[in-house]
Write a protein that binds this ligand. Structure first.
Ligand code: SF4
Length: 363
């Protein structure tokens, strides 16, 4: 059995740790590229949401590299994420690939199905070993989220552009190589120190930008056209509301993002009173929260044809007017280019910066 999964942010660190701990074989798809996108776009239905196509491209490249078992996290609610695994399975089967699709649903109501699928994946390994591997992998993922957050917060201070991102890449490798649970806190500390040691310039009162939107697009740098890095390089202090380990946590408690789902839902309630699937309600809620916290602008990232985020996009102009924070929605698909997004972000950051200067002159 050779297991594979699509790229999504730092998920690779947790997945490889869990599988290495269990001694299970896996195939890493090549890093996402234009080829990945073209493969997914060609094989996927035209009106499928963009992440379905990009993850399909990852799967095709993984199958080409010898994978025979594909893992997909499943979702629920009024959005198409719950159909991904089945759509991938049908499309890839019709293309002639032979494989088994295994879905993992991180929801308390679906524990029996989750247990069945884990039983298949664990290949006879004792449950205690599975528990230890999951504990280790998830602890690593939490540590990586903290490291990523530090990088996100400090990138705008880089004396030399790209040094924080280079240190972050080194930190990913270091965390991936940690082979025992006891070594995790020390490795996390070293990675944070490595980031702290990046030479920095002095910046007072930076422009502050929040990123909200569809979970995959917020987490996956290749397909969101490195929005975080672009904003940091433009001198913006950046925060985002979606973190891998918050997102898979079933309790709604978000220790990395810092706000419980209930808090964000309450903030969204004057505009949206129920979930519309995906992160739609939190896109609204966090826009309000960022305005309350003194941010100067919100970048909303959504894939083309995403239903929950299209609903949020329609509501955001009213939220923006009411809470007094500019919002830009970037709809991303296979036609989007980094240069075009960069131009729009530059204009937006300039607007947010002048708004901040204006506000500080008033006080
Ligand atoms: S949140 Fe949007 S893009 Fe993501 S799976 Fe749901 S509909 Fe598709």
């Amino acid at each position: 059995m050779k297991i594979a999964w699509p790229h999504m942010g730092s998920i690779e660190v947790a997945m490889t740790t869990i599988l290495d701990e269990l001694g299970l074989d896996y195939v890493l798809p090549p890093p996402s590229s234009n080829r990945t996108m073209q493969l997914g776009v060609k094989a996927g239905p035209e009106f499928a949401c963009f992440p379905l196509k990009t993850t399909l491209g990852n799967y095709i490249e993984a199958l080409e590299a010898g994978a025979d078992t594909l893992v997909m996290i499943a979702g629920r609610g009024p959005c198409r994420f719950g159909f991904y695994a089945e759509m991938h399975r049908r499309i890839l089967s019709e293309l002639g690939y032979e494989f088994r699709m295994v879905t993992l649903e991180f929801h308390l109501n679906d524990l029996p199905l989750m247990a069945r699928n884990i039983r298949y994946l664990k290949q006879g390994k004792p449950l205690r070993a599975v528990y230890q591997a999951l504990k280790f992998g998830l602890a690593k993922a939490v540590a990586v989220d903290h490291i990523e957050r530090q990088a996100l917060h400090q990138r705008y201070l880089d004396l030399e552009r790209g040094t924080t991102s280079a240190a972050l890449r080194k930190a990913y490798r270091k965390m991936r190589d940690v082979s025992d649970y006891a070594g995790l806190p020390g490795a996390q500390r070293e990675c944070l120190e490595m980031l702290a040691a990046v030479p920095k310039r002095e910046v007072h009162d930076p422009v502050k930008i929040g990123i909200v939107g569809e979970f995959y697009m917020v987490l996956e740098p290749f397909f969101n056209l490195d929005i975080e890095e672009q904003l940091g390089n433009m001198g913006a202090y950046v925060e985002r509301n979606i973190w891998l380990t918050d997102w898979i946590r079933p309790t709604g408690n978000n220790p990395i993002g810092g706000h419980h789902d209930r808090e964000s839902e309450a903030a969204a309630s004057p505009y949206l009173t129920h979930s519309v699937g995906g992160e739609g309600i939190h896109t609204i809620g966090y826009t309000v929260i960022y305005a309350r916290e003194g941010f100067d602008g919100v970048v909303h990232v959504l894939p083309f044809t995403c239903m929950p985020e299209t609903i949020a996009k329609a509501i955001l102009p009213v939220v923006s007017r009411d809470v007094g924070i500019p919002v830009i929605s970037l709809v991303i698909d296979e036609q989007s280019g980094k240069a075009g997004v960069e131009t729009r972000l530059e204009a937006f950051v300039d607007l947010a910066r002048s708004r901040r200067r204006h506000a500080s002159r008033q006080t």
